[in-house]
Design a protein around this ligand. Structure first.
Ligand SMILES: [Zn+2]
Length: 508
């Protein structure tokens, strides 16, 4: 393993420094806390089991955020119920101390000392080198001013609490060996068992997805309330990797999905934690993705099979873009992969409707055969959302590529609605739609966000049961992925306000 070339301060010193800087900034601008720290109090509607009066509703919260977005002076922000700032600032020394101990006794994963603090994905001013994430239709300036205000653009205390409960649920249902057991997670339940097993062949992908939910909220191998969950999970994924770089086994039609999602999780864990011993496994995983692409085209279920589809391709682009964002730490990606993906999406786009097809031009999203009727593809624009997101991550800009506006207009017509009767629930769509519309900004984002928050927050399980904090795995892919899948995806939706600003937007 090549470990030379990294000299400088110890990572925890970097992090300490970051924390100090942040604490300093917070003292100067305590109103920033409202959205910087994902801690808040709230009570939520419980889906389909019991209803409790929420302290505030999503609509009320949106009204508050509307005010925030309109650039009101800090002192006018009407969030009287927000937690006092002092409590959050006090977290800084605790994290620092704990981390020093943790890192010192860590023999499994070495650290990557770095003096390159400017490249930290947590550096709020590093957004200028976003890899191609352009301003968007509603942007204010090149990057829409989005990252600078990333943590307050559309989130709120309801989403914070929803996210906190979701991560708690995920943490409670992780296996001791680090994985999430798609069909056996209920062995961890206390009291009434949670329902919603998925297919056992998805453990690698589902574990990757759950880890992304933790990583997206700032938990790394070193930092955060859930760092031990992240560490266990990442080590488990690493153990599943074979000599070719593939994470998991070559079974079924989903192993590329699983591999790619796991690769993104390992990549983010490596990059955000700066653990150099993960660099080689991550690079091998990325190389496997790159090597699986069809020449001049895109990706499908099997490596270089000659077939392509827009869904696997989207995940692949995200993985490669994630690796590219950590190239300062030695990860390498090929620009040809991004070009191939864009060519594929261009080929799949119906120029009249702006809709992106799954395997043929302009066709509706894919569905498991037996669920076609229950979850009509006409209720979703999931593939178009995947394509829009992938275009951003492959370096395209709506200002130069008006087809992206067409995509967004189409997506805007089908915002998230939680209706268990009409077959419109599609968490995979909501996940990609949320991240894509966030990048679009402006009214696209504002309108989508309002609907998304309502659909997601209101449908989370509330109460005292073991399933508290999770989401029922309804929707087109719920049976496949199960409750861990649905809860991970919805948690990721609650992180849209900062996740990629932080991971992609802030890194090079
Ligand atoms: Zn449970």
């Amino acid at each position: 393993m090549s470990e030379t070339g990294f000299h400088g301060r110890h990572t925890w010193e970097t992090e300490e420094s970051f924390q100090e800087v942040m604490a300093e900034q917070l003292k100067k601008a305590p109103w920033l806390l409202v959205s910087i720290v994902v801690h808040a109090v709230g009570i939520f509607l419980l889906w389909n089991v019991q209803w409790e009066a929420p302290r505030i509703s999503v609509d009320q919260e949106m009204a508050v955020e509307q005010t925030m977005e309109d650039e009101q002076p800090p002192q006018e922000e009407p969030e009287p119920e927000e937690e006092p700032e002092k409590e959050e600032v006090q977290e800084t020394p605790e994290i620092k101390d704990a981390e020093t101990d943790e890192v010192n006794e860590d023999e499994v994963l070495d650290d990557v000392p770095t003096d390159n603090q400017d490249d930290s994905p947590f550096d709020k001013d590093a957004f200028n080198d976003v890899i191609g994430i352009g301003g968007g239709a509603g942007g204010h300036g090149k990057y829409g001013g989005r990252f600078r205000r990333g943590r307050r653009r559309g989130g709120g205390k309801l989403t914070k609490q929803a996210l906190r409960d979701a991560l708690d649920w995920l943490a409670r249902h992780q296996d001791e060996d680090g994985k999430w057991d798609t069909d056996g997670f209920m062995s961890h339940c206390t009291g009434e068992k949670c329902t919603g097993p998925g297919s056992p062949i998805h453990d690698v992908g589902i574990t990757g997805l759950a880890l992304l939910a933790f990583l997206g909220d700032g938990n790394t191998l070193r930092l955060g309330k859930f760092k031990s969950n992240v560490k266990k999970g990442i080590l488990w994924l690493k153990d599943q990797q074979d000599d070719e770089g593939l994470i998991g086994e070559k079974v079924g039609q989903s192993f590329m999905y699983s591999h790619i999602i796991a690769a993104i999780a390992m990549c983010e864990a490596f990059g955000l934690s700066r653990f150099r011993l993960l660099r080689r496994p991550v690079q091998k995983a990325i190389n496997y993705i790159s090597g699986a692409r069809n020449p001049y085209k895109a990706w499908r279920y099997y490596p270089r099979s000659g077939d392509n589809d827009s869904s696997v391709t989207g995940w692949a682009v995200i993985a490669l873009a994630s690796a590219k964002s950590f190239k300062d730490m030695g990860l390498k990606v090929s620009e040809d992969d991004f070009k191939g993906a864009i060519l594929w999406y261009d080929e799949m786009t119906d120029p009249n409707t702006g809709r992106v097809g799954y395997i043929t031009k302009g066709s509706p999203p894919a569905r498991p055969q037996e669920l076609m009727e229950k979850f009509p593809a006409s209720k979703s624009e999931s593939i178009t959302a995947v394509a829009l997101m992938a275009r951003f991550f492959a370096g395209q800009d709506p200002k130069k590529n008006p087809v992206m506006i067409q995509h967004a207009q189409l997506i805007a017509k089908k915002p998230p609605v939680w209706n268990t009767k009409d077959g419109s629930i599609d968490m995979y769509y909501w996940y990609y739609g949320s991240f894509a519309m966030y990048q679009m900004g402006g009214n696209y984002w504002r309108d989508w966000n309002q609907k998304m928050k309502k659909a997601v927050v209101d449908s989370q399980i509330h109460g005292k049961k073991c399933s508290r904090g999770s989401w029922d795995p309804v929707g087109a892919w719920g049976q496949e992925g199960g409750r861990v899948y649905s809860t991970s995806l919805m948690a990721l939706c609650m992180e849209v306000y900062y996740r990629y600003s932080r991971l992609i937007g802030a890194a090079r």
